[in-house]
Design a protein around this ligand. Structure first.
Ligand code: NAP
Length: 473
């Protein structure tokens, strides 16, 4: 390295906290920019640059004894990151985010363990407290996130898994955790207790996630995201590293805000989500054509593309309602093209975005932005719901739970009280999906049997392309 570069590195290395402060300010500005789709890409870049600064200055700080394992770790991590960014499909992003949360937790638990053994036998009360907290939150985040990953990847059932006395088992485990924390705090050299605490935290992570299912998963994912931030922040206290404390707190706090937003979107309290065992009483899934529980009189009415084109040609307003099926079928570009074709026919086109549509917060916004749909056409649930009763056609593209009228019509439904998009109030509702299968929450949808509903069965992208063709003729 040239001499001036070495001088600069040494100069910067002596000012670690100043660079940490700059990084922290950039993190905050980055998060602020992430709050709007227009500035989100800039915010992402700024935050990544801040992280680069923080990592770079830590490496230059003169505290690293040997760079070998750091280099190996960075090479392996970069390789996994590059491969994942190329191979993981957009539909699998929520699972990947869940897994990354878990890895953040694992890193915190490992750092806590290594510091524990490095400092033994004498560890002061503050340090042992943050080591134990970092171990506990990190380990719980790891297994909780792996559980969320397994549910989202459908490796295990998305339905809540409960067993008799579950709350009591959890209570006993929490009391045992408290006992172990006190035991190690009073006598830090009690290594078996330290490992027992790690084991219990891992078990609790699984037990916390398995009873949650159905439509409540977004809340859990946001909460685990917050836990991973808390774990990182605690690691900052363990290592006395300011940037970890700040960055972790930012993630922890924004995760809590997101959790709250998700709870509001579902009209549920966090206690209700964590201890409610949502979806247990849900009617059976996959009721099959024409047999939706709760509305046995209804009839499914499959229509042809020609029928749908005729209705569209005689309409003035259309509201698209995208859901997970749009992501699964990668239909976002076809949606934009159909929107443009309808506008060319003189129709007013808008998009209704439900906060938990898809499988991660902001999922629909990301996909529609990728397809260059103008932000001005996207409307939140509160803005668009009053519009449905004045609207001609609602085109529901692979959405199911977020348009289920049972949420405000059927007090026995597990999703009763959850705010949904009132698509059924449109003059005509076109539903694009492949079958009568239920959505993520596993509950049937009476919307599909309504007199004003036209079912257009098939893959969403194929159906949209056929509609575009039909409109051209
Ligand atoms: P949904 O209720 O999960 O329904 C998606 C529908 O898409 C299914 O009924 C499926 O029906 C259809 N579909 C799948 N592949 C398709 C394809 N190729 N073409 C056409 N249709 C296809 O979706 P949603 O209405 O967006 O609701 C989201 C659900 O996920 C909520 O319950 C929410 O709580 C939950 N969740 C959300 C998040 C989040 O953060 N947003 C995270 C975790 C869970 P067919 O099989 O019949 O085609």
């Amino acid at each position: 390295m040239p001499a001036f570069a070495l001088d600069l590195a040494a100069w910067l290395g002596a000012r670690t906290d100043v660079v940490y402060l700059i990084a922290a300010i950039l993190f905050i500005v980055g998060i602020k920019l992430l709050s709007s789709p227009e500035t989100a890409a800039k915010g992402n870049f700024l935050s990544a640059f801040a992280m680069f600064l923080a990592v770079g200055i830590t490496l230059l700080s003169g505290q690293i004894v040997d760079f070998t394992w750091i280099a190996v770790g960075m090479a392996v991590g970069a390789l996994i990151g590059i491969v994942a960014s190329r191979l993981v499909k957009m539909t699998a992003m929520p699972q990947m985010v869940a897994l990354y949360n878990g890895l953040g937790g694992a890193a915190s638990a490992l750092v806590a363990t290594s510091e524990y053994f490095r400092q033994l036998p004498e560890i002061g009360p503050f340090l042992i407290t943050v080591i134990l907290l970092s171990l506990f939150v990190g380990a719980l985040t790891l297994t909780g996130s792996v559980g969320a990953f397994a549910k989202l990847q459908e490796l295990v059932s998305g339905r809540p898994l409960v067993f008799p006395g579950q709350h009591w088992v959890n209570l006993v485990l929490v009391l045992a955790v408290l006992g172990l924390v006190v035991g190690v705090f009073l006598e830090p050299a009690r290594q078996p207790l330290f490992f027992a605490l790690a084991g219990l935290a891992l078990v609790l992570g699984i037990l916390v996630v398995i009873p949650i299912g159905g439509a409540d998963m977004p809340v859990v994912i946001a909460l685990l995201n917050s836990y991973s931030g808390v774990a990182v922040s605690l690691t900052g206290f363990v290592l006395a590293n300011n940037v970890l404390i700040i960055a972790g707190s930012l993630v922890g706090a924004s995760g809590i805000f997101l959790t709250n937003e998700m709870c509001v979107a579902m009209n549920r309290s966090i206690w209700n989500v964590l201890f409610g065992g949502f979806g247990l009483e849900a009617p059976g899934s996959g009721a099959g054509a024409g047999a939706v529980a709760g509305d046995p009189q209804g009839q499914v009415k499959p229509y042809t593309i020609e029928d749908a084109v005729t209705v569209l040609e005689n309409s003035q307003t259309v509201i698209f309602v995208p859901g997970y099926g749009m992501a699964a079928s990668q239909a976002q570009h076809a949606v934009r093209e159909l929107g443009e074709a309808l506008e060319a026919h003189g129709l007013q086109v808008r998009y209704a975005i439900h906060p938990v549509a898809g499988r991660m917060p902001g999922h629909m916004n990301v996909l529609l932005a990728e397809a260059n749909v103008s932000y001005d056409l996207l409307f939140d649930m509160e803005q668009i719901n009053p519009e449905f009763s004045r609207n001609d056609v609602a085109i529901v593209i692979g959405a199911n739970d977020v348009v289920n009228p049972a949420a405000h019509e059927d007090p026995d439904s597990p999703i009763y009280g959850m705010p949904v998009l009132d698509a059924e109030q449109s003059r005509t509702v076109m539903v694009l999906k492949r079958s009568m299968n239920p959505g993520f929450a596993g509950i049937d949808n009476v919307l599909f049997l309504r007199d004003n509903t036209m079912m257009l069965f098939g893959d969403a992208k194929t159906t949209l392309n056929r509609l575009i063709e039909g409109l051209k003729q």
